[in-house]
Design a protein around this ligand. Structure first.
Ligand SMILES: CC(C)(COP(=O)(O)OP(=O)(O)OC[C@H]1O[C@@H](n2cnc3c(N)ncnc32)[C@H](O)[C@@H]1OP(=O)(O)O)[C@@H](O)C(=O)NCCC(=O)NCCS
Length: 209
């Protein structure tokens, strides 16, 4: 799946009377489009190193001031590469990666979380977009792509846990229609941190709305 910039990049206008070709406007426009165009595809074990790099960078960007700084400083790409390789060998979880022209910039993982009385619930277990690629619709596309995969695997509802103090991500999930469903505590990075659960109770309806 190819994700184009959202909102669409406006084509620059040449000054009045000037020829587009003379200014190289077409090349500039094509470069701007390319910069913000991403391909989303399923990830496999050979993506482990790239996913680990994005993982470490995104955590440092996201959790400064939320998780202990010593934990963030000591995060190791090598360790996370190993963990990602193991994780990607599992068929339980689906991971999709977003690649730009300079390499991977984001990813999402999801799995079936539990079977409830009303059907099968899926969980988005991780979703990260590097800051440089945020704000152009990629987070929504990754989330939607993972939701589609889980719906195809039989999920009828979807949840995601987010740290309570990660207000930007909470705003994003609320914008996508997630309803606050629970609160809890997680042990992350050597600290106990409060978290909030968002739920999409009717996945099919959300996907077709
Ligand atoms: C949260 C995250 C995935 C969102 O991705 P993104 O590419 O920046 O978001 P998008 O551009 O796809 O935004 C989708 C919609 O949400 C809205 N939105 C994004 N952030 C928002 C916020 N903080 N508050 C309100 N709305 C928000 C956008 O305006 C957009 O609305 P629209 O589609 O109706 O125009 C991304 O910012 C990220 O990776 N953050 C750091 C990591 C993180 O916190 N991950 C979640 C861990 S649980």
């Amino acid at each position: 799946m190819v994700v184009r910039p959202h909102p669409p990049v406006k084509r620059p206008q040449a000054p009045p009377g000037a020829l587009d070709e003379a200014f190289g406007w077409d090349d500039l426009y094509a470069a701007m489009q390319r910069e913000l165009t991403y391909a989303i595809a399923p990830a496999g074990p050979s993506d482990a190193a790239a996913l680990a790099r994005v993982h470490v960078d995104a955590w440092r960007e996201t959790y400064a001031g939320i998780l202990p700084s010593i934990y963030l400083e000591r995060m190791s790409s090598a360790l996370h590469e190993h963990r990602w390789r193991q994780r990607l060998l599992s068929t339980r979880e689906a991971t999709l990666a977003a690649e730009g022209h300079k390499g991977l910039v984001g990813y999402v993982s999801a799995e079936r979380s539990r079977r409830s009385r009303t059907g099968v619930e899926a969980e988005i277990t991780t979703l990260y977009v590097l800051r440089a690629a945020q704000g152009h619709g990629l987070g929504r596309e990754l989330f939607t792509a993972a939701a589609r995969v889980m719906a195809a695997r039989g999920a009828t509802s979807l949840v995601v846990w987010v740290l309570r103090d990660n207000l930007k991500a909470r705003g994003f999930y609320e914008r996508l229609g997630g309803r606050r469903a629970d609160v809890g505590n997680e042990y992350v990075g050597g600290a106990v941190v409060a978290s909030v659960l968002y739920r999409w109770p009717d996945l099919e309806n959300w996907l077709t709305a």
